[in-house]
Design a protein around this ligand. Structure first.
Ligand code: BGC
Length: 340
């Protein structure tokens, strides 16, 4: 992230490598400028991913003896702002940009701008549609397969049910009464996680009854508000809380605490399940408040993205830790986290 001896290095590179007919030679590039725009820098998962981008950039500088300049911008949930940020990255001569789309169905402006300026784009976390990704050979996606996290979330619950069904089925009716906190409408991780988590549990032979299912936009406060309403409506009847991410699960825990659950209380809290494995969620698992979560590998995604950026810009082989599928995708696996 520091421009180290910028001019000397540039000169040396020029002399050693010589330039191609277009005046560039990617092979020996030593100064890499990467533009990063995120949909919302206050999103817990995204901010953990950004922290890793910043610290892994330092590791990469040592590893490849290069200098990396990061330009990180917050799109504040506005696609027009993000489109303008793409112009800024182009004007500032970024070699490559990493985009966490605000609206994953509206990637066309950014793609067109990148293409006309010949700046490759790595999209991450908010997956654009396949047709958009196919529009140019310098477009990539780094993320995870949403269905996997839904399946693992279901499996975490199944393991508990196999050991201890009666403690989950508080009213003893043999059916699991659940509520679902969903992420943003239209986000691949909301739709798919919801479906796969529920199907995994019911395919294992358990009967489920949906008491409520609402969007809380990945947000802890909104998760808390929804859960407060459900506690008022259903009281102690809720046996399982599925949340599409950890922040909403933590919001549900906040609501339950306000309603007198946890600690010394006689009230038995429902089983609460999240996804992400963020730091606050891991603490809640440790305390036994969050029953389990699914690691959404922000570290692997950040590192994979920087390794891919380096490989695309320099033309070097991609680090062997990562596989580029169909010349477009790096997908990191999810992993179960529970205290057991
Ligand atoms: C994460 C959420 C996050 C969202 C942002 C999801 O993959 O699980 O926590 O809010 O991405 O796009």
């Amino acid at each position: 992230m520091r421009i180290r001896n910028g001019i000397c290095i540039l000169l040396a590179v020029f002399l050693l490598a010589g330039c191609g007919s277009d005046g560039t030679d990617t092979k020996e590039k030593k100064d890499i400028k990467i533009g990063v725009s995120v949909y919302n820098q206050y999103d817990t998962f995204v901010s953990e991913l950004l922290d890793e981008i910043r610290s892994y950039a330092d590791v990469m500088e040592e590893k490849y003896e290069i200098s990396i300049t990061l330009e990180i911008l917050n799109a504040s949930a506005n696609q027009v702002t993000q489109n303008d940020q793409m112009d800024y990255f182009i004007e500032n001569e970024c070699d490559i940009v990493c985009i966490n789309l605000v609206d994953r169905t509206d990637a066309s402006t950014i793609i067109e701008r990148g293409k006309s300026a010949d700046i490759p784009i790595i999209f991450f976390n908010r997956e654009l549609v396949e047709e958009d990704l196919q529009r140019w050979d310098k477009l990539y996606y780094v993320g995870a397969d949403a269905f996997e996290s839904g399946i693992i979330q279901g499996e975490v619950l199944i393991e508990k049910l196999e050991k201890d069904f009666t403690s989950v089925d508080k009213n003893g009716d043999g059916i699991l009464q659940y509520v679902m906190l969903e992420g943003e409408a239209g986000h691949q991780d909301s739709i798919i996680r919801t479906m796969y988590a529920i199907n995994t549990v019911s395919d294992a032979g358990y009967q489920l009854e949906r008491m409520a299912d609402e969007i809380a936009n990945w947000n802890r406060d909104q998760g808390k508000t929804k859960m407060t309403q459900w506690i008022e409506a259903f009281g102690d009847e809720i046996e399982v809380v599925f949340a599409n991410n950890d922040d909403m699960a933590l919001g549900a825990i906040d609501a339950l605490k306000d309603a007198g659950y946890f600690g010394m209380s006689e009230l038995k809290a429902p089983i609460i399940l999240g996804i992400d494995g963020t730091k606050p969620a891991l603490e809640a698992v440790e305390k036994g408040e969050l029953y389990g979560t699914v690691l959404n590998d922000s570290v692997g995604q950040a590192r994979g993205m920087l390794e891919l950026a380096y490989s695309v810009v320099t033309g070097e082989e991609l680090d062997s830790e990562y596989t580029l599928l169909d010349e477009k995708y790096i997908r990191l696996p999810y992993q179960e986290i529970s205290k057991k």
